[in-house]
Design a protein around this ligand. Structure first.
Ligand SMILES: Cc1cc2nc3c(=O)[nH]c(=O)nc-3n(C[C@H](O)[C@H](O)[C@H](O)COP(=O)(O)OP(=O)(O)OC[C@H]3O[C@@H](n4cnc5c(N)ncnc54)[C@H](O)[C@@H]3O)c2cc1C
Length: 390
């Protein structure tokens, strides 16, 4: 059976859900296809919370996107029934700290200054005084951004999909895309239930499957994407209030053992989330080891013992998640090197969820207007070389 529509969104995780929402708002006929569930825990948008901040040490060029992302998350919160699902965003602040010359510590200040973002620079003594549970290393410098906080990731994804459905989007779930065949006038999208969707455009937001699924991988061009296993752990602090807002902000620490971050206890649960950033094994969504080992736990507890000892206890729960990394850790957003009718949104290298709202809007702009008000040069899917011919 062939079914016509304007746009198919492949994958309704963080980015696909946002794209579906913004496309549905343009009055187009939209079909979203999701293989696993809304939400689900097999991909990259699982684990309760995601840090959101504006003073971006990764690159100050992200700041305009982050400013728009904040506005769009607030608009989404206005159309969601918070009494049913709870808030989407919790303001908590975020402290980025480490050696004063570290590129991230320097970068966060540079981004804040360039875009006149409110921030405070704290030395090790000021950090310990302001946040008594935290133990910085001697000489550490911190940059505190009060506007930062965390998003409730599964709530946000569900809110985007529910909003899109109310605006007329059709959702096929569970249903898997098995082939994408772009032509000059349209793209045929085969779905495993025996349907072919014929669309003018496709938004491909398949997360780690963009790297691992050979059918989808072809649309990422020459980008050498890799999937990295990441472990999320939640701990019961000895004193809950000391690891909850406002006593503890989100924080990211750069130290000799690598980068670790933590997110304070949610309003309905005092558990502290703590994780290593990067440093995981390369894997695929099908083969990843979803069990959390004693070594995974010890790694994070060693960090907590040194820097947040009040939270050093047996973990309450854990969840394995996946990063999809590009070589330069910047996203892939734009027309596929294989077909301008396929808009790729992925490769978010472990830092993309906070921008899901604006990336969804950008995907809709690229489909409807053929361009974006944002400079997307940083994210060009062609930047790693020409596509394999199709
Ligand atoms: C542990 C961890 C911590 C993170 N922390 C932060 C943070 O603090 N702040 C931040 O901004 N970002 C963070 N990130 C990054 C962020 O979560 C990801 O960039 C984002 O969730 C990626 O979303 P996605 O839509 O690309 O992928 P996913 O959410 O995995 O969505 C892809 C979807 O495509 C579907 N799919 C795949 N193949 C098919 C197919 N053939 N047919 C139909 N559907 C298909 C999948 O089922 C899936 O639902 C973190 C990531 C991890 C793993």
């Amino acid at each position: 059976m062939i079914r016509d529509c304007d746009v198919v969104v492949v994958g309704l995780g963080g980015f696909g859900a946002a794209a579906l929402f913004h496309l549905a708002a343009r009055g187009l006929s939209i079909v979203g296809v999701e293989a696993h569930g809304i939400p689900h825990d097999q991909g990259s948008s699982t684990g309760e919370t995601r840090v959101i901040r504006k003073a971006y040490f990764e690159d100050a060029r992200y700041v305009p996107l982050l400013q728009r992302a904040y506005a769009l998350w607030a608009e989404l919160a206005d159309v969601v029934d918070a009494s049913l699902c709870g808030p989407l965003f919790q303001r908590a602040g975020c402290l980025t700290f480490g050696p004063p010359g570290h590129t991230a510590v320097v970068g966060v200040q540079a981004a804040a200054r360039e875009h006149a973002l409110a921030h405070e620079v704290l030395d090790e003594h000021a950090i310990a005084k302001r946040f008594p549970a935290l133990k910085p290393n001697p000489g550490d410098v911190g940059v505190f951004e009060a506007e930062a906080g965390f998003l409730h990731v599964e709530r946000c994804t569900t809110a985007h999909v529910d909003g899109a459905r109310r605006r007329g989007a059709v959702i096929l779930c569970p249903a898997r895309v098995t082939a994408l065949r772009p032509g000059p006038e349209h793209v045929d999208v085969d779905v495993d239930e025996g349907t072919t969707l014929r669309a003018r455009s496709v938004v491909l937001a398949a997360g780690p499957w963009l790297a691992a699924d050979p059918v989808l991988r072809a649309f990422a061009g020459a980008t050498p994407l890799v999937v990295e296993r990441q472990v999320q752990l939640w701990f019961e602090p000895a004193v809950r209030a000391s690891c909850a807002v406002p006593a503890l902000p989100c924080f990211i620490h750069f130290g000799a053992r690598g980068t670790f971050y933590a997110i304070p206890g949610r309003e309905d649960d005092g558990a502290l989330k703590a994780c290593r950033h990067h440093g995981g094994t390369l894997t695929t969504p099908a083969n990843v080891d979803r069990r959390v080992s004693a070594a995974d736990v010890d790694d994070v507890r060693t960090f907590l013992r040194a820097h947040l000892p009040v939270a050093d206890g047996e973990p309450l729960r854990s969840k394995v998640c996946l990063y999809t990394n590009t070589p330069d850790e910047n996203f892939l957003v734009g027309p596929s090197p294989s077909s301008s009718r396929v808009i790729v949104v992925g490769g978010c290298s472990g830092h993309g969820y906070k921008m899901a709202s604006v990336l969804g809007e950008i995907a809709a702009d690229l489909v409807v207007d053929g361009g974006s008000p944002f400079d997307l040069g940083l994210f060009d899917p062609h930047r790693f070389g020409p596509a394999a011919s199709r």
